[in-house]
Ligand binder design. Structure first.
Ligand code: NAD
Ligand SMILES: O=C[C@H](O)CS(=O)(=O)O
Length: 489
């Protein structure tokens, strides 16, 4: 159906992957996948539900028995092969990702490398799930601590990073010896099915990994109510995360929640303003503002406010909006009409309450899901852009005088995922890094995400960490073995 120019057309998999079998869409149950830049249908997947999810869970439990018994080195080699296949097919995977999500092709290929890096990282971490032998409390006792895979894992992922949000979970899950049943976002399922195909080619045993496409409520209900599923790992909005948290309570699942954000970006008088502008462009406008760690509020100290605002507007004005497959495009479309409506609402609310438009401020001339990159000045704390996650290309600038004022404003949110600030005062860097109530702090940088670091938030931004040496722990249980009777007969 699709006219995507792929070197390996088999990577466009218009099918779900359930219990080791490919389940193609029929005309009766097909869900079309559309390109947000053009509205064109690029493929379709089946609308599956609870029955297929239950079959996937059962197959996962069975496949995990042998997988968990394989050596960590053996599991690591499969993950490494999966990484290598992703990088071998980086161009095609990037093309599929741009077609279904909209981000510019270079950015999509960058996500594929980022996504593959989690498989590489956890292929190495797999062999370091160390236990302990603790000096006993009695002569005849030896105290052992074992790390074992938690069991069948359910994963639910968002549309904004259709590949990386999957491998950030699949990497540690399979490294630990678990099995996984994934429900990808229905807007971007083809990145997920391509990943499953490459996982199968890399040697993941049939049934260990399923990708169930279709009804979020039905699939989610089956995943959260199953006693066989021992962990739910979810990336998405705080609203849905809270719902799933509640649904998991009756079966006492371990939870990993990567939720919404409202990141502050603070520029102090002592900052390198040019570096801060560069960092703000990345932190605010990456993926057209559709990342959970995007700068949502930009606080600039009075001494550099005008310089920063002018330089930011001048820089953003040089960047182009359009179809992610076209040359020289920095900003793609938003994902859907609701996203455009939210951006419009935030801009109109801000200007109605006194904000000024320094750049953009309207739907793009291209129409459809395109919106002008926008910079607002004279923003105040009563505006929606301060309180809610905009999830679009809107940079609201706030002016402040004192350090304490900026930190207090930055922390005045229910969210606590990412935060950023620019300063060249070492004492201030320590004070502000410690005072910001967020899971992650970027100091003099607007790009912090990497497989080596613990990614996650506090407050209503979620639970747990993904990536880093901490990420494997979230997919393991700690077992205590008390060895007795060791004293001499
Ligand atoms: N913290 C992070 O790492 C991170 C990363 C990316 C996105 N996000 C957040 O995700 C949001 C945007 O992504 P989104 O629009 O896809 O979020 P979303 O919560 O609407 O959807 C996320 C996933 O949940 C599924 N879902 C929706 N309702 C469900 C239900 N009742 N039962 C089961 N599954 C259900 C969706 O189909 C999708 O697969 C933003 O708030 C963003 O901040 C967070
Ligand atoms: O949307 C948030 C993702 O986690 C993107 S990234 O990890 O910051 O690239």
């Amino acid at each position: 159906m699709s006219d995507l120019q792929l070197k390996d057309p088999s990577l466009l998999v218009e099918a779900a992957y359930v219990a080791g079998a490919w389940v193609e869409a029929t005309d009766e149950n097909a869900i079309n996948v559309t390109n947000p830049a053009t509205g064109a249908v690029i493929g379709r997947v089946p609308n599956l539900g609870a029955a297929e999810t239950d079959a996937a869970i059962e197959a996962a439990a069975e496949a995990m028995k042998a997988w968990a018994q394989r050596t960590a080195k053996d599991r690591a080699q499969v993950l490494r092969r999966w990484h290598d296949l992703m990088m071998e097919h980086q161009d095609d995977l990037g093309t599929i990702l741009t077609a279904e999500q909209g981000k510019p092709l270079a950015e999509a290929k960058g996500e594929i490398a980022y996504s593959a890096s989690f498989l590489e990282w956890f292929s190495e971490e797999a062999r370091r799930a160390y236990g302990d032998i603790t000096p006993g409390h009695a002569p005849d006792k030896r105290l052992l601590t074992l790390k074992q895979p938690i069991g069948v894992v359910a994963a639910i992922t968002p549309w904004n990073f259709p590949s990386a949000m999957i491998t950030r979970k699949a990497g540690p899950a399979f490294a630990a010896g678990c099995a996984m049943v994934l429900k990808p976002a229905i807007q971007t399922p083809l990145s997920a099915t391509a990943l499953a195909l490459l996982g199968e080619r890399a040697g993941l045993p049939k049934g260990l990994f399923s990708v169930v496409t279709g009804s979020a409520g039905a699939i989610g209900g089956a995943l959260t109510s199953s006693k066989t599923v021992r962990k739910l790992t979810f990336t998405g909005s705080t609203e849905i995360g809270a719902l799933l948290y509640e649904q998991c309570a009756p079966t006492i699942k371990k939870l990993g929640l990567e939720l919404g954000g409202n990141a502050p970006f603070i520029v102090f008088d002592d900052a390198d303003v040019d570096a801060a502008v560069e960092g703000a462009v990345i932190a605010k406008f990456r993926n057209n503002g559709q990342t959970c760690v995007c700068a949502n509020r930009i606080y600039v100290q009075a001494g550099v406010y005008d310089e920063f605002a002018e330089k930011l507007a001048a820089k953003v004005a040089t960047l182009a909006t359009g179809n992610g497959f076209d040359e020289g495009i920095t900003f793609g479309p938003l994902i859907d009409d609701a996203a455009v409506a939210k951006v419009k609402e935030h801009v109109e609310d801000a200007t109605s309450k006194g904000a000024s438009v320094a750049l953009g401020g309207e739907a793009h001339d291209l129409g459809g899901l395109f919106y002008q990159p926008t910079i607002l000045t004279d923003v105040t704390s009563d505006m929606l852009v301060t309180i809610e996650e905009t999830f679009g290309p809107v940079a609201p600038l706030f002016k402040f005088d004192k350090e304490s004022e900026a930190v207090e404003a930055a922390n005045d949110t229910d969210f606590g995922l990412a935060s950023y600030f620019y300063s060249r005062d070492l004492a201030r860097v320590w004070r502000v890094s410690e005072a910001l109530d967020f899971g992650m702090v970027g100091v003099n940088t607007g790009l912090i995400s990497t497989a080596e670091a613990p990614f996650g938030g506090v407050k209503m931004s979620g639970l747990g960490r993904e990536g880093s040496r901490y990420g494997l722990e979230d997919f393991m249980e700690t077992k205590y073995v008390c060895m007795g009777g060791i004293d001499e007969a």
